[in-house]
Design a protein around this ligand. Structure first.
Ligand SMILES: Cc1ncc(COP(=O)(O)O)c(C=O)c1O
Length: 432
């Protein structure tokens, strides 16, 4: 690729294009990508990087997958999009059928939307509209925990961790919800009922104004990559029933096998009233998400004055995205995904174990195909990113977290290169 073209691209990008959470005045460097195939991302200068991020939990089958490509091509030949008001189509119906067959059994209604954040907005609106329809107009607030992340739109932002979710900047416009302390029991911790006391107290005191509890099940992702006890989640389900509030689970990051079960709520053996999915839904090909609900919730909503759920995006159930998602879910179900994720888990545990010895490491943890090295001090993103790129690895550390969630198709040797690079970069230092 000619270097003048690359430089021009980078110059325009730097001067005009926003990147996620990046200064527009003094942006961090970005690496121009020419193509991606399997677990390899090829940069425009010809270098190849092993992907340790699955493009933020999404590309579970790797890039440029022939079956997903075929689904996209065939669907484009038929139709890329038609409106969903008054029309329906096979990709949406078949995708809905397969999703409802793998989701927790009581979830039998599905709302397709554009992105994870919108799926969360839809979930919140469903919960509030449900109670309003039943005559509980006061039930409008949400209860959640600190260190959570649910997206960047206003409704979603209002249930993100108050600090990392920037509640200070938007304080006059964000709805005021309730926050309990973050779950303190780690995944395998011995259960102590005191872990849930604070949460229970807030719920007991405020349940008359609470429509729903919203949580990321088992793994708190962007808010700190923390794994918490399935018993905590089980107790939350019980408390939601006891105090008559709905339970919304945000499986946008954890869904489709990432934690070792199809959905993370299965670790706790519980079922939500409303569930959000996204990210890996299309195998990382395009943006599509969905909010699933029980009959109880959907019947409640439809019995209200409005008579219908009040939401309807232009690109709802986009046929192209639905076809690719259908191919992606079928591909997952036809693969030995459980064994593969369990093998990745074992290898991550072994490969990252030496990091625990490092003086700047607070904790090393692994769950399913997620490996996390939590440092004691924040990394310098630019420096550390370059160190990984120089070693042929694509990772995107943030704050005090070095983490990987590779595509499920990754081979042993490539995963060893990722864990090896993390260990080496830590040992080498100069990244904080
Ligand atoms: C748990 C969770 N919920 C919601 C979202 C928002 O999804 P999107 O970025 O597709 O809007 C994310 C994205 O990182 C997420 O991890």
């Amino acid at each position: 690729m000619n270097s003048k073209l690359v430089n021009n691209l980078l110059k325009f990008d730097r001067e005009h294009i926003c990147h996620p959470y990046t200064s527009m005045k003094d942006p961090l460097p970005v690496y121009p990508v020419a193509s991606a195939n399997g677990v390899r991302i090829r940069l425009m200068d010809g270098r190849e990087l092993i992907d340790g991020m699955s493009s933020w939990w999404a590309a579970i089958h790797g890039y440029n997958h022939p079956e997903l490509n075929r689904a996209a091509r065939e669907q484009i030949e038929a139709m890329s999009h038609v409106m969903f008001g008054g029309l329906t189509h096979r990709p949406a119906v078949e995708l809905a059928e397969i999703l409802l067959s793998i989701a927790p059994a009581p979830l039998q209604k599905i709302f397709f939307c554009d992105s994870g954040s919108v799926a969360v907005e839809v979930a919140i609106k469903m919960a509030i509209q449900y109670w309003s329809a039943l005559g509980f107009a006061k039930k409008q607030r949400l209860l959640t925990v600190r260190s959570g992340y649910h997206g960047d739109t206003f409704g979603a932002m209002a249930v993100c961790d108050p600090e990392t979710g920037m509640h200070g900047i938007f304080k006059d416009i964000l709805p005021k919800h309730l926050f309990a302390e973050m779950p303190m029991a780690g995944y395998a911790a011995q259960w102590d009922e005191r872990y849930i006391e604070g949460f229970k107290k807030i719920l007991a005191e405020n349940h008359e104004s609470i429509a729903a509890i919203i949580l990321e099940p088992i793994v708190q992702g962007a808010g700190g990559m923390r794994f918490y006890s399935p018993i905590y989640l089980k107790r939350i389900r019980e408390l939601a029933d006891e105090f008559n509030v709905l339970l919304i689970l945000d499986e946008i990051a954890t869904g489709f096998g990432r934690t070792g079960t199809m959905f993370a709520c299965e670790h706790a053996g519980i079922e939500p009233d409303i569930m959000c999915i996204g990210k890996a839904l299309t195998g990382g090909y395009m943006s599509l998400a969905a909010t699933l609900a029980t009959e109880k919730v959907s019947d409640g909503i439809s019995s209200g004055e409005a008579g219908a759920f009040m939401h309807g995006p232009t690109f709802m159930a986009n046929p192209l995205a639905c076809s690719i998602a259908l191919a992606s879910v079928r591909l997952l179900l036809s693969s030995p995904w459980k064994e593969k994720i369990s093998a990745i888990e074992d290898q991550l545990k072994e490969g990252l174990a030496p990091c625990a010895e490092h003086h700047n490491v607070q904790d090393v943890r692994v769950l399913g195909a997620i490996g996390v090295v939590e440092l004691k001090s924040p990394v310098n993103m630019e420096k550390i990113q370059k160190k990984f790129v120089d070693r042929g690895i694509w990772l995107r550390p943030f704050g005090r977290l070095l983490y990987t969630m590779p595509p499920y198709i990754i081979e042993k040797e490539d995963l060893a290169r990722i864990t090896g690079a993390i260990t080496e970069v830590l040992r080498e230092g100069g990244h904080v």
